[in-house]
Design a protein around this ligand. Structure first.
Ligand SMILES: NCc1ccc(-c2ccccc2)nc1
Length: 244
């Protein structure tokens, strides 16, 4: 997979050289290219923003540098086009399902907005030649899209074959397998500062351990994410109906 990121703070994306994503890049599983939007701002001050049309507070990112940047990253007459991801509070929610969808793409490009956002014509013009997804990683406002890109890239990269050591661990995670939150995990020592590992986990009875873990997932989901529990309950009911 090729990943391009365009930002006015390219150094923010240095984290992509670390850990899991960094290893995937070094092993050739990922081809990560970070670009400075100001390389396509040609005035003396390399200006990338201007006042909002219609007035209002803050500044908006100008379309011209973005248009040139996207043309340079993904030439319009090129053999292929990337799927363009634009992190924004106004986007559709980023989910594990969408992470799997993006992990199947050969080429992703990320546009990191700053200020009040990017002139809307950048996305609509790009959509004339590439798929454009405006994506939100949650209902809060950041100062820019870079942090969201790090979140999306990590969630996607770890799904790529060969990136994480044990693919089996993907199945038991929260938001992956059965739609419930993950059960609590423990390791040694059996007792630590007066807190003990639940006895069942030391019993060696794998059937009872699996039952306890499922019950803990259901308990946690009910406590923290009743929305997910409702969806899980409906899915289980559908499965039961299908079997009947
Ligand atoms: N859903 C998280 C998120 C993503 C992007 C932004 C953002 C803020 C300012 C400018 C451009 C993007 N804020 C929140």
């Amino acid at each position: 997979m090729r990943l391009d990121v365009v930002s006015i703070f390219p150094e923010y994306l240095a984290a992509l050289d670390l850990s899991l994503v960094g290893k995937a890049a070094k092993s050739g599983l990922l081809d990560v290219r970070v670009h400075d939007l100001r390389d396509w701002a040609h005035d003396r001050h390399r200006t990338v923003d201007d006042t909002p049309a219609g007035g209002g507070a803050g500044m908006v990112m100008k379309p011209e540098p973005w248009g040139e940047a996207l043309d340079a990253v993904a030439p319009p007459d090129g053999p292929a086009q990337p799927r363009l991801i634009v992190p924004t509070p106004a986007g559709r929610p980023f989910t594990q399902e969408l992470a799997y969808e993006l992990a199947a793409e050969p080429w992703l490009a990320f546009a990191c907005g700053r200020y009040e956002g990017i002139d809307a014509r950048v996305a609509s013009h790009a959509a004339e030649r590439m798929r454009v997804d405006e994506i939100s990683i949650g209902d809060y406002v950041l100062n820019g899209g870079e942090v969201a890109v790090l979140v999306i890239v990590e969630a996607v990269a770890r799904l790529l074959p060969g990136v994480i050591g044990n693919p089996e661990s993907l199945a038991e995670e929260s938001h992956s397998g059965d739609g419930l939150l993950e059960y609590p995990v423990y390791t040694k020592p059996p007792s630590w500062r007066g807190h003990d590992v639940p006895d069942i986990l030391l019993s060696g009875n794998h059937g009872l351990i699996a039952k306890w873990r499922h019950e803990e997932s259901v308990r946690r989901t009910a406590e923290r994410r009743p929305d997910l529990l409702a969806a899980w309950g409906a899915a289980v009911a559908d499965e039961d109906d299908a079997v009947d």
